[in-house]
Design a protein around this ligand. Structure first.
Ligand code: F0G
Length: 418
C-alpha cells in the first residue's frame, strides 16, 4: 500500500477559529471555517476540514456521533441522538460468501433511517453557528429526509430539490412531515445538485449536500465506530469495508477518518481497511474511473437503477474518494439490479432490513468473492446505508405477495393446505 499518511500535524493558520480551518484539497488555499457560505475554494476545488489538534483516538466517552466530539469541528448542539448503530453478525451470509468474518454496519438504524443524520448533526450545527437563514440540498431522498428533520430540530427553513418520480415514498413522506419545502425537478439528481450549488453561490441558501465538508466530518464517525466495535469483538481491525457509492461522500469520509487515525498514531498504515466501492451498473462512473485507471470521473448524463438512492451520474466527491480507494488498496465494482435485490433478500433472511442501495454493498462483496478479488481469509464489514422502510415499494416487490383469504378459520386452514 502506498499511503503517505503520517504527515506531521499542520501549523495552525491565522484564519483558524477554535483550532479549525478549511483547506482546498487541490491548491492548499486556507479559509476561515465559520464565515459565510463556502463549500468550494476560490479555485473550485473541494474543501476539507483541518484541525490544529486532533485527539489520539484512545480516550472517548459517551455514545453515538458526539462520542467523537474531539475529532469534530463544532460542539454538540443540533442532535437527535444519531450514530451508535449496530454492527450485526450475519452468520449465514458469512458462511455463504466464505470470508473469515462478515459484519453488517446498519446505518438504517439512525433516527431518520440513514447515515445522513451523522452528517446533518454536524452540518446543521455549523449552519446555526453561521447564522444562515435557509438550508438546502439536492437529494435522491435520504439527504432530504435528514435535512428536513435536523432543520426542524434547529428551527430553520429547509428547501429540498428532488428528481421527480425517482425518490422512494418513505423519504418524500419524511421530508414532507418534517416541514421541508419540496421542489420536484423534472430532471435527474445531478441537475438538482447543479441548481443547489448555483443557489448557494448566489447566497440564497446554505448547501448541505456532501460537498459541504462539515457533513463529512460527522460521517467519519461511521469508520470510527466500525473500528472500535470490530476491535472489541475480534481484537483487530477489518481488512475491508464495502460500501455503496453515490456521490462518494462516505468513501471520502472513511478515508479521512483513517488518515487522521494514522496521523494520530492510533492505527498503522498496514491496518487501514481496503475501501471497496459498489455502484449499480446503470450508474457506475466511479467504477469506470477505477477500472480505466483515470485521474478523474467522467459524468454520466443518463443513469438508471432500482437503487434510486445511488442513481447518480456525477459523484462530486470523487477527487477525495478515488485516492481513498486507490491508496487503501481497495477497488470498485458494479452490480446489476437483480444482484442488488438478491442481496436485499439475503440480508432480510437474517433479519436485517435494508433499502436497495444499501444491499449493493453485499452484492458487490458477493461478486468480488466469486471473482476471487476478495480472499477467504478476509475480515469484511459491509455498510448498509438506509432502512428497508425507506422504499416500501422495492421491499414489497422483492418479497412475497400477500394472499387474499376469507375471514373464516376453516377457509384459512384450507388455504394453508393448498
Ligand atoms: N446509500 C444510500 C441509502 C444513500 O441515500 C446514498 C446517498 C448513498 C448510499 C450514497 O452515499 O453519496 O456518500 O456515496 N444518498 C444521497 C441522498 C445522494 O440525496 O440521499 P455517498
Amino acid at each position: 500500500m502506498s499511503m503517505e499518511l503520517d504527515a506531521p500535524a499542520p501549523e495552525e493558520p491565522a484564519v483558524a477559529e477554535d483550532g479549525v480551518w478549511l483547506e482546498c484539497i487541490e491548491t492548499g488555499e486556507q479559509y476561515a471555517p465559520f464565515e459565510g457560505i463556502r463549500y468550494r475554494s476560490d479555485a473550485g476545488g473541494l474543501l476539507e476540514v483541518r484541525y490544529a489538534d486532533l485527539p489520539d483516538f484512545t480516550d472517548f466517552s459517551g455514545r453515538g456521533v458526539w462520542r467523537y466530539a474531539d475529532a469534530l469541528p463544532v460542539e454538540r448542539e443540533v442532535t437527535i441522538d444519531e450514530g451508535d448503530t449496530p454492527l450485526y453478525e450475519v452468520p449465514r451470509l458469512e458462511e455463504e460468501l466464505g470470508v473469515e468474518s462478515l459484519r453488517v454496519k446498519h446505518e438504517g438504524m439512525n433516527p431518520t433511517g440513514s447515515f445522513k443524520d451523522r452528517g446533518m448533526t454536524v452540518g446543521v450545527g455549523v449552519a446555526r453557528r453561521l447564522g444562515v437563514e435557509r438550508l438546502a440540498c439536492a437529494s435522491t431522498g435520504n439527504t432530504s429526509a435528514a435535512l428536513a428533520a435536523y432543520g426542524a430540530r434547529a428551527g430553520m427553513e429547509t428547501l429540498v430539490l428532488l428528481p421527480a418520480g425517482k425518490v422512494a415514498a418513505g423519504k418524500v413522506a419524511q421530508a414532507s412531515l418534517h416541514g421541508a419545502r419540496i421542489l420536484e425537478v423534472d430532471d435527474n439528481f445531478d441537475t438538482c445538485l447543479d441548481i443547489v450549488q448555483n443557489l448557494a453561490n448566489r447566497g440564497e441558501a446554505y448547501l448541505l449536500n456532501s460537498l459541504n465538508p462539515f457533513r463529512l466530518e460527522g460521517q467519519k464517525t461511521i469508520g470510527l465506530e466500525i473500528l472500535e466495535a470490530f476491535e472489541d469483538d475480534y481484537g483487530r481491525f477489518p481488512d475491508r469495508i464495502c460500501l455503496p457509492v453515490g456521490n462518494a461522500g462516505n468513501t471520502a469520509a472513511l478515508f479521512k477518518a483513517f488518515r487522521e487515525l494514522v496521523a494520530a498514531g492510533a492505527m498503522e498504515t498496514e491496518q487501514v481497511p481496503k475501501l471497496t466501492g459498489v455502484q449499480a451498473e446503470g450508474a457506475a462512473p466511479m467504477v469506470e474511473a477505477i477500472e480505466d485507471d483515470r485521474e478523474a470521473v467522467e459524468r454520466w448524463e443518463t443513469v438508471e437503477t432500482r437503487a434510486t438512492a445511488i442513481r447518480i451520474g456525477n459523484p462530486v466527491n470523487a477527487p477525495k474518494a478515488l485516492p481513498g480507494i486507490r491508496e487503501t488498496g481497495g477497488t470498485a465494482v458494479a452490480v446489476s439490479d437483480e444482484e442488488i435485490t438478491d442481496a436485499q433478500r439475503s440480508l432480510a433472511e437474517e433479519g436485517v432490513g435494508v433499502e436497495p442501495a444499501s444491499a449493493a454493498s453485499v452484492a458487490g462483496l458477493r461478486k468480488l468473492r466469486e471473482e476471487g478479488v476478495v480472499g477467504s481469509e478476509e475480515d469484511v464489514v459491509c455498510l448498509t446505508t438506509g432502512h428497508l422502510l425507506k422504499d416500501p415499494d422495492a421491499a414489497a416487490a422483492a418479497g412475497a405477495d400477500p394472499e387474499p383469504v376469507a375471514g373464516d378459520t376453516d377457509a384459512v386452514l384450507e388455504h394453508l393446505a393448498e
